[in-house]
Design a protein around this ligand. Structure first.
Ligand SMILES: C[S@@+](CC[C@H](N)C(=O)[O-])C[C@H]1O[C@@H](n2cnc3c(N)ncnc32)[C@H](O)[C@@H]1O
Length: 288
């Protein structure tokens, strides 16, 4: 059953990511390869450079945090935030192991950044904003903590037809769980910010200027559909939450059904490539 309030929704999200933190962290090399080009574009759009102070929202295990830390250098600073203490602990450890003392972490909700500190040069969010039930609230918070002339940049999934694997997963999980089809644009869902123009509109409402969107094709390249499903199963995907209500046998039947359908993306010469498109939206906190 769907949680009743935004707070209950966020409690469920926090718990899901706490539980899957280790799995997500373990997948860092695959995530890094998948998102290398989009991450470079994200950091470029936020104009991140040497010596800057950067806020990383919904940082997860910190793959993009480390990329930001390298860009700002020893004289800069990155504050990585996330709603899940367990996943943020991995970001902290990963930064420590990489010798990046310029990374700090703070557990907080993107919609309610409990930060006294303002004047950040840039704020970014990679694949986290769509999980917020009130993304406009989160953008207002990013806007609040930026300095005039500071840049915000966000990566989210684009519309359902350009991300067919996510559609296959959701439709199949709902069918096996006896649930009706879900509106992909329901707030807090993986594809919720993929509606054309929606996120740009939120950026403008939050007070950003020079708002622009770029589409980035970022296919998921793995040895097989089974590897993709392994990735999904070890993350806090809503698919996992839906199937958790089934008995183990019924759950396995659902995963097998998904695998069969996802094999359509097997490449003739070997390997598997799941089509996937992201939106990079960015804007600036007005000067003066
Ligand atoms: C798909 S992961 C992305 C993590 C990381 N940015 C990356 O790209 O590897 C989504 C992250 O969003 C976080 N998250 C979800 N809702 C949030 C909220 N309301 N406030 C802050 N973080 C949130 C989750 O805990 C999780 O770490």
């Amino acid at each position: 059953m769907a949680p009743a309030s935004p707070e209950q929704f966020k409690d469920a999200v926090r718990q899901a990511w706490d539980e899957s933190a280790s799995g997500w962290n373990h997948q860092t090399p695959a995530i890094h390869n998948w998102l290398a080009a989009p991450t470079a574009a994200l950091l470029g759009a936020a104009r991140i450079g040497l010596g800057m102070r950067v806020l990383d929202v919904a940082a997860g295990a910190g793959d993009q945090t480390l990329a930001i830390a390298h860009r700002v250098g020893e004289g800069g600073r990155v504050l990585a935030t996330d709603i899940s203490p367990a996943i943020l602990q991995f970001a902290s450890e990963n930064a420590h192991e990489a010798g990046l003392a310029q990374v700090q972490t703070r557990v907080c909700d993107a919609e309610d950044l409990a930060l006294d500190e303002t004047g950040f040069d840039a704020a970014v969010c990679r694949l986290g904003l769509m999980l917020c039930p009130n993304p406009l609230g989160a953008l207002r918070q990013m806007h609040r903590v930026l300095r005039p002339g500071g840049h915000a940049a966000v990566l989210v999934f684009s519309e359902p037809q350009r991300n067919p694997c996510l559609g296959i997963l959701m439709t199949t999980a709902c069918r096996h769980a006896g649930l009706g089809p879900r509106d992909p644009f329901t707030p807090g869902g993986l594809l919720s910010l993929g509606k054309p123009g929606l996120l740009e509109d939120y950026f403008q409402q939050a007070g950003f200027t020079g708002v622009a969107t770029e589409r980035i094709y970022a296919p998921f390249q793995l040895p097989s559909a089974r590897d993709y499903l392994h990735f999904v199963r070890t993350s806090a995907s809503p698919i996992v939450q839906i199937l958790n209500h089934l008995n183990p046998q019924a759950r396995e039947a659902a995963w097998e059904d998904m695998e069969e359908q996802l094999e359509v993306f097997q490449l003739p010469d070997g390997g598997w490539e799941g089509p996937n498109e992201l939106l990079l939206v960015h804007g600036m906190q007005p000067v003066g």
